[in-house]
Design a protein around this ligand. Structure first.
Ligand SMILES: [Zn+2]
Ligand SMILES: [Zn+2]
Length: 367
């Protein structure tokens, strides 16, 4: 069975849990969902899967090639210890991939998509990048070099990804010792927050022990309620804008710099790096003054957006189920169709007129 097919099979569970989280939030008077944001996040997850099904010939292909030509000790997928150590090693490499994803502009440009939502709920978990395939595979080559079979790699990667779903919620509080050993709702809320003490913390996928080991752990503080999103807010529901937002900013910065060494450094330094500046001025940023992007549109527009979205969801599911039998042109067409369709949903969720301050709500009003 293909990884995309497993995703399709667990999708009803994803949606059932989203329904449950919404219901619990409503009952508690602490709803964390907005239709526009949830459609944007889930749509970006659909696009990420469709792009992933198209690019895995490249990403998994590199892994298989390295495994077949340079594996130090081909390991057997019959041994349970190969699976356990494979998952552990994958989680360790994921920690470093994720850490570079925040501290290096090239990798942040891809990973930022996961952080752009100014809400934090289970739909945020599905919000994934569509450009991770360009360079993300580099971090996992040590597994191929050691000799973990491609099947073991693919399965533990899926386990690591699926584990992280449930931690994207504000409805589960602190969990005691669990918060200090495993990635959990509390410590992953910290990871998604833009508050000063929470920046660049808690990268762990399954184990948060990596963060405690390498000095990037931060507990959730009662005096510092999390405010979610990115400091350079996206202010768009469009999937193309979401996926290219940081790349375009870096490209503009690169073109504005005269020196070739600085042009290259743009991609390696943190995204906020400027030549000649020792440290960015973070002090002026007040997370509680952030105005969330939230265009108000008539109910009929929202209904049309939801219906178009459902149509795209069914189309995406059918595509992913059969994608391993499709050729490259059909896959590229599917990507284009989905980008256009989701751009349509985004347009329906955006105010018909020019953006105004009425399109923004205060983050501080929400938990
Ligand atoms: Zn992250
Ligand atoms: Zn996350």
């Amino acid at each position: 069975m293909q990884a995309e097919q497993i995703i399709i099979l667990v999708t009803p569970i994803f949606f059932a849990l989203i329904g449950l989280e919404y219901w619990v939030g409503k009952r508690r008077g602490r709803n964390t969902y907005r239709l526009n944001d949830a459609l944007s996040s889930i749509g970006l997850g659909m696009l990420s899967q469709v792009v992933g099904a198209t690019t895995k010939l490249f990403t998994l292909g590199i892994y298989v090639w390295v495994y077949e030509h340079a594996a130090w000790l081909p390991l057997s997928s019959d041994s349970v210890w190969v699976w356990v150590s494979g998952l552990l090693l994958y989680d360790f490499l994921y920690y470093w991939h994720h850490r570079f994803g925040h501290t290096t502009a090239l990798f942040w440009a891809a990973h930022a998509v996961h952080h752009q939502s100014e809400d934090y709920n289970l739909s945020t978990a599905l919000r994934q990048t569509s450009s991770g395939w360009i360079a993300g595979w580099i971090f996992y080559l040590p597994m191929a070099l050691i000799g973990f079979p491609p099947l073991v790699f693919a399965v533990v990667a899926l386990i690591d990804l699926l584990y992280q779903y449930w931690v994207h919620t504000q409805q589960i509080g602190r969990l005691g010792w669990f918060d200090r050993v495993f990635c959990s709702p509390s410590n992953h809320r910290v990871h998604h927050a833009v508050n000063e003490p929470y920046l660049d913390k808690n990268y762990g996928g399954i184990l948060i022990l990596w963060d405690r080991l390498f000095g990037s752990f931060q507990d959730e503080l009662e005096a510092e309620p999390c405010v979610y999103g990115t400091r350079e807010a996206l202010r768009s529901w469009n999937p193309w804008v979401a996926n290219t937002h940081v790349y375009r900013g870096l490209w503009r910065k690169m073109r504005s710099l005269p020196s070739w060494s600085d042009k290259l450094r743009v991609w390696w330094e943190p995204a906020h790096w400027q030549p000649g500046e020792a440290a960015p001025a973070h002090d002026a940023f007040d997370p509680y003054k952030v105005q969330r992007y939230d265009p108000r549109v008539p109910a009929a527009r929202q209904l049309a957006a939801a219906l178009l979205f459902l149509l795209l969801l069914v189309g995406t599911a059918l595509f992913l189920w059969w994608s391993h039998q499709l050729g490259l042109p059909a896959k590229v067409l599917a990507i284009l169709g989905l980008v256009l369709g989701l751009a349509g949903v985004a347009r329906l969720c955006s105010a018909p007129g020019p953006a105004s301050d009425a399109a923004l709500t205060s983050a501080a009003r929400h938990p």
